[in-house]
Design a protein around this ligand. Structure first.
Ligand code: NDP
Length: 271
């Protein structure tokens, strides 16, 4: 039996094992996907242990998407530019890193791309890197604003994506989100504000002028974050992080097995 897994901390809420194991079962692939929680202070030791598990591939989630890079033997060029890895393929004893988050993020937007000229991305962490790369490479946006609590982190993000940037990009403080005077078609929350202990919070308040925007929150637990609740009440189209989660998993699965998820697997989680 082939083995696959996910590393991260915490991992208790991860549904990746359910998603991948259903796909293996449906496609009659003799494989199992397991969780492996790693305490960040024990990362290097835990990685040595993982090398003995015989995994053919694994996912990497918070907080190791950047830290894993130093341990890879090879990295896909796009993923190197994004600077965050969520998928590792084990080939012999070589670890090859990929980012499938940017593809997963873009899939739910495919039908709206013609209407998106300007976007506001809240946050500048690992997920924001994939979001910004996806928007720059796979949409026709002309303007992009990145708003982050820590401005220097947003500047670092732009620095590493400099070869991909062909549009006007502004960096602002999260508190200045009310100031942009261009119409925004898409607002993406990539901050963790809205989940866990911050479940009752929103990263920004929505103004009237955001009425026609699509509001996309990467959070999927809760299914409808406070931000999405407010946006829906104002008539905005809303998208949560569940489709992104399923589609990034689908792209990882393709890297490992050369097969996409059967439709039934996607429907099982998205309908
Ligand atoms: P990171 O830790 O790399 O980044 C967190 C971001 O949130 C930073 O921009 C940080 O700002 C900001 N932030 C955290 N707390 C606050 C706060 N109290 N006020 C304002 N800003 C805050 O995490 P990731 O980028 O990896 O993940 C971010 C979110 O995206 C998580 O909710 C995660 O679950 C979700 N996600 C969803 C995926 C999906 O498939 N749906 C895939 C990947 C992530 P600062 O730089 O100032 O610290």
């Amino acid at each position: 039996m082939d083995k696959y897994g996910i590393i991260g901390f915490p991992l208790s809420h991860s549904i990746s094992p359910q998603i991948h194991n259903l796909a293996f079962k449906t496609l009659k692939i003799d494989a199992q996907y397991e969780k492996f929680k790693i305490d960040p202070s024990d990362f290097e030791n835990a990685i040595s242990y993982i090398k003995t598990r015989g995994w053919k591939g694994f996912n990497v989630t918070i907080p190791f998407k950047e830290r894993i890079i130093a341990l890879l033997d090879e990295i896909d060029p796009i993923s190197a530019e994004i600077g965050a890895i969520n998928t590792v393929k084990v080939s012999g004893n070589r670890w090859i890193g990929f980012n499938t988050d940017y593809l997963g993020f873009m899939r739910p937007l495919e039908n709206d791309l013609n209407n998106i000229n300007s976007a506001l991305v809240l946050g500048a962490g690992g997920a924001a890197r994939a979001v910004v790369y996806g928007l720059l490479e796979k949409s026709n946006i002309k303007n992009l604003i990145i708003a982050n609590r820590t401005k220097s982190r947003a500047e670092k993000l732009l620095q590493s994506l400099k070869n991909t940037i062909k549009v006007n990009i502004d960096i602002i403080d999260l508190n200045d989100v009310y100031k942009p005077d261009i119409p925004i078609n898409l607002i993406v929350n990539t901050t963790s504000v809205g989940m866990g202990a911050l479940k009752e919070e929103t990263p920004v308040k929505i103004l009237k002028k955001f009425n026609n925007s699509i509001i996309y929150d990467l959070i999927y637990n809760p299914k409808k974050s406070k931000l999405l609740q407010l946006a829906q009440a104002q008539g905005c189209k809303i998208i949560n992080g569940l489709p992104m989660l399923i589609y990034q998993a689908d792209e990882s699965f393709k890297i490992w097995t050369d097969k996409h998820f059967p439709e039934m697997v996607i429907n099982n989680f998205l309908s």
